[in-house]
Ligand binder design. Structure first.
Ligand SMILES: C[S@@+](CC[C@H](N)C(=O)[O-])C[C@H]1O[C@@H](n2cnc3c(N)ncnc32)[C@H](O)[C@@H]1O
Length: 283
């Protein structure tokens, strides 16, 4: 067997309790994502896979490398994609999108509609919001405009969202009519979001722990699904409080069902629909 193959197969030693704690803390401080003791194996497997690629066999050495200035920042951005869950789908939670389709017609007016996908991953949620808005405008024969802001901490996820290229398999969740209207088949078998829809979606890097710095306000719709589940309870509430401030009067905030329990905000009214977890802003 060649030496490089032996190296690739060599298992890394188990992380010590102190090393686990350091990595856990770093990830939580930088992203809010909590790796519980039960997910220690997940952390170790993903860290060691990356360490093998770099030829590093010591967790503490790699920690120093990741936290070392600008060079560390670059490595961190690669590692981040290994340590965060980026799974997503078009129209992932149907009932939330049904609520959106019922809600949007009443918001049509002079002002362009502003929608936001928080933790957009590779863009499926943002384009689902864009398709929903486009369909509402189409049905109302309205010339109103809309824009979707798609934000995520991961630059890699954002570049996929920006490209708007999806395999046929990823489009299975969409009605054929919507596929034909909003996607163009490519020579390689994939499908690309049509330019008129892509032009409505703007992708930007944003860490939800730094919402105070985000110049976003007056949003008609905010979707924040399958992101807060990885955070501590107090942090989920704090982020939701910040998102609530970004809603326009009457705006709609949609969260993943079960992602927060018992949260209330003085300016928000819960939507009376058991299938969703959503709030509208008063006024
Ligand atoms: C499971 S995906 C959810 C995608 C989509 N919202 C959905 O429901 O299908 C979670 C996304 O949150 C992003 N994320 C994790 N921590 C974040 C943070 N602190 N700020 C912004 N995005 C973050 C990840 O990069 C990932 O793309």
């Amino acid at each position: 067997m060649q030496p490089s193959v032996v190296w690739a197969l060599k298992p890394l030693a188990d992380m010590s309790a102190a090393e686990f704690h350091d990595w856990q803390t770093l990830l939580e401080e930088r992203t809010g994502v909590v790796i519980s003791e039960q997910r220690r194996a997940f952390l170790q497997t993903n860290l060691s896979a990356r360490m093998r690629e770099l030829g590093v066999d010591d967790y503490a050495d790699y920690y120093r490398r990741v936290t070392d200035g600008p060079r560390g920042a670059l490595e961190w951005s690669t590692l981040l994609d290994r340590l965060t869950v980026q799974e997503t789908r078009f129209f992932r939670h149907r009932a939330s999108f049904e609520l959106l389709a019922e809600y949007l017609p009443a918001r049509l007016g002079e002002r362009p509609l502003a929608l936001w996908s928080v933790g957009c991953s590779s863009g499926e949620e943002a384009y689902s919001l864009a398709i929903s808005a486009a369909e509402v405008l189409r049905a109302a024969d309205s010339s109103a405009q809309f824009g979707v802001t798609a934000t995520d901490i991961s630059l890699n996820a954002l570049s996929k969202a920006q490209a708007g290229l999806y395999s046929a398999r990823r489009l299975e969740a969409l009605d054929l009519e919507l596929c034909q209207r909003y996607f163009l088949p490519q020579a390689d078998g994939r499908f690309k979001v049509v330019p008129s829809l892509a032009a409505r979606v703007c992708c930007a890097r944003l860490n939800v722990l730094e919402l105070a710095k985000a110049p976003l306000s007056g949003m008609d719709v905010i979707f924040c699904q399958n992101l807060l589940i990885y955070f501590r309870r107090w942090r989920r509430r704090e982020i939701l409080n910040r998102l609530a401030e970004r809603l326009a009067p009457g705006g709609l905030l949609v969260i993943g069902v079960g992602e927060v329990v018992g949260w209330q905000h003085p300016d928000l009214v819960p939507v009376a629909d058991e299938r969703v977890l959503a709030f509208t802003r008063k006024g």
